[in-house]
Design a protein around this ligand. Sequence first.
Ligand code: MG
Length: 247
Amino acid sequence: MIFLKSPEDLEMLKRSGKILAAVMRKVEKIVQPGITTLDIDRLSQELIIKENAVAAFKGYKGFPAASCVSVNEEIVHGIPGPRVLLEGDIVSIDLGVNYQGYFSDMAVTLAVGRIDESRKKLIAVTRQSLDTGIKQARVGNNLTDISHSIQTFVEAQGFSVVRQFVGHGIGAALHEDPEIPNFGQPHSGPLLKSGMVLAIEPMINMGGWECLILDNGWTAVTKDGAPSAHFEHTVAVTDKGPVILTQ
Ligand code: MG
């Protein structure tokens, strides 16, 4: 069941999203060669607490950290630890915030120092595919208009869309209905209505779309070992068009 949010709910979700975006901007600044993925997690946790909010991922289905930090061929759900980021890596940071019972979710992929042109393109295309999907989050469209626009855009650039993980509704819980695939035919699925809040999150691979889960039970990696990127925003569907809450 898809819950429609009241104007009061949307106001609170906007606050949650604003906190998350501010935390993310600060965390992004420390990304450089030589730091560890745990450094990213520690700072995220500290900044979220400072904002009187709760890191939504910590303890979620047993996830051990405040952030998911996924490097290179890791797609999503990387567990922060002693891994040192190296020049030329790309790193995806996924963060969720619970502010007074209102959840927001956001991810970015960043370059670590200088990266090669193909990785630059992967990051740019993934970010643009999120923008493309968000534009379709309009009253009167169907859900899969978002999915189809992302897939079409990404595949035209020569990259592939992860199938195993999808976006989701969000609000009073981190994950609500509906599931939002980043692929598929247009004009199907639920009609989008004002008051829906969606976490749209394309995960895009440089090589094939297939993935594997590491032995830690969490981390998804590309099957062919090629790099992957991930961007996510929490977006409200409104009568005035899509509103990005995590900025
Ligand atoms: Mg998400």
